[in-house]
Design a protein around this ligand. Structure first.
Ligand code: FAD
Length: 305
C-alpha cells in the first residue's frame, strides 16, 4: 500500500491550501477529490482578494497546479472508508485502492439541503442564492424575494436589504419567524407576505421568472434568497467515532484553532468545520491545518528518534 505523510480528503479551496502548505514543508501528500465543490454552480466567485470574480473551477485548477508544483499528488475519486488511529496510522480506501497516512485532513465541505419546492434546485446557485457576500453586489437594486423558512431567513433579509430596497419576505414556513425578527423586518420596512411558495418558475430561456404562491398568486422574481440547512460531509469522521456539533446553520466538525479535531491525528478545514467559511476563509483554515500537521509530525518524529 502506498504511504504518505498526509492524505487530504477533498480538493476544494481548503484541501488544496492544506496540500500546498504540506508540500512546501516537503511532506509527502496525497489529495483525493471527488470534484464536486459547493460553489460549482456559480459562474463567478467574489470576495476573493487578488482573484476577484474568477470562475470557481478555474480557481481550483490553479490551486491544483500550485499543489502539484510542490510535489502533492492529486487523484480524482471518492474516499469510501477511513480507518485506523494515530498509533496504527490511517488507511484511506477508494474503490479497489487503499493508501496509508500518518495524518489526515478532512476537507470534504458540506451539503446544502434546500427546502423541497419544485424548481428551486434548478435555480440554486444562479438565481436562487443564499449569501449576500457571495452574490449580493450582483443583485443590488433588483426585486428580491426572501424565502422565509427558518432562523436564518430574517437575517438574510437584513443583509440583502443593505443591497436592495426592493425586497419582500415570503413567510413560507410561518412558525419559523420569531416575533423579534418580525419586528426587525417591520423596522426595516421589509413587507412580509403570509404565503407559502409552491413552485419556482422559469421562462423559455431557463431564467427565473416567478414564484407561484399557495393562493395561486404569481410574483415576478429575478432573484430568490434562500437559506439552506448545511450538513457537513462528515460520514468518514463519524466512522472513526468523531461526533458532530450543531448551530443554527447546520452540523459541523468541531476543531481547535489549528484545525485539530477531537480524533487524534485527524484535522479538518473549510466548510466541513466552519459552515460560514467563504473561499478565502476555507483556504486559510487549510493552510493552518497543513502547517499544524507539519509541526505535529516534527514533534512526533523527534519523540521517536
Ligand atoms: C452557490 C454558491 C456560491 C458561492 N459563492 C461564493 C463566492 O462568491 N465567494 C466565496 O468566497 N464563497 C462562495 N461560496 C462558498 C464556497 O463555496 C465555500 O466557501 C467553499 O467551497 C468551501 O471550500 P471547501 O474546500 O471547504 O469545500 P468545497 O469547495 O465544497 O470542496 C469539498 C471537496 O471535497 C470533495 N469531497 C467530499 N467528500 C469526499 C470524499 N468522500 N472523497 C473525496 N472527495 C470528497 C467534494 O467533491 C469537493 O470537491 C459559495 C457557495 C455556494 C453554495
Amino acid at each position: 500500500m502506498e504511504h504518505f505523510e498526509a492524505i487530504v480528503i477533498g480538493g476544494g479551496s481548503a484541501g488544496l491550501a492544506a496540500a500546498v502548505a504540506l508540500g512546501r514543508s516537503r511532506r509527502t501528500v496525497l489529495v483525493i477529490d471527488e470534484g464536486n465543490p459547493r460553489n460549482a454552480k456559480a459562474s463567478h466567485a467574489h470576495n476573493i482578494l487578488g482573484q476577484e470574480g474568477t470562475n470557481p473551477m478555474d480557481l481550483l485548477e490553479r490551486g491544483r497546479d500550485e499543489a502539484r508544483h510542490y510535489g502533492a499528488r492529486i487523484i480524482e475519486g471518492k474516499v469510501d472508508t477511513l480507518t485506523g488511529s494515530l498509533d496504527t496510522g490511517f488507511t484511506v480506501t477508494m474503490t479497489e485502492r487503499s493508501y496509508s497516512a500518518e495524518r489526515i485532513v478532512l476537507a470534504t465541505g458540506l451539503i446544502d439541503n434546500l427546502p423541497e419546492i419544485p424548481g428551486l434546485a434548478q435555480a440554486w446557485g444562479k438565481s436562487a442564492i443564499h449569501c449576500a457576500y457571495c452574490h449580493g453586489w450582483e443583485v443590488r437594486n433588483q426585486e428580491l424575494l426572501v424565502l422565509g423558512i427558518g432562523a436564518m431567513s430574517s437575517h438574510q433579509a437584513m443583509m440583502f436589504n443593505q443591497l436592495s430596497s426592493k425586497i419582500t419576505f415570503i413567510n413560507h414556513n410561518s412558525s419559523a419567524l420569531a416575533e423579534e425578527n418580525r419586528a426587525t423586518l417591520e423596522a426595516l420596512g421589509i413587507p412580509v407576505l403570509e404565503q407559502s411558495v409552491i413552485a419556482v418558475e422559469f421562462d423559455d430561456q431557463g431564467t427565473l421568472a416567478s414564484v407561484l404562491l399557495a393562493n395561486n398568486q404569481r410574483l415576478n422574481a429575478e432573484t430568490l434568497v434562500v437559506a439552506t440547512h448545511m450538513q457537513a460531509q462528515a460520514a468518514l469522521y463519524e466512522s472513526l467515532g468523531g461526533s458532530l456539533a450543531e448551530n443554527p446553520l447546520g452540523t459541523y466538525i468541531s476543531v481547535n484553532e489549528m484545525g485539530a479535531t477531537e480524533v487524534a491525528g485527524i484535522y479538518a478545514a473549510g466548510n466541513v468545520c466552519n459552515l460560514g467559511a467563504m473561499v478565502m476563509a476555507a483556504a486559510a483554515s487549510g493552510t493552518i491545518a497543513g502547517a499544524a500537521i507539519n509541526a505535529d509530525l516534527i514533534s512526533s518524529q523527534l519523540a521517536t528518534s
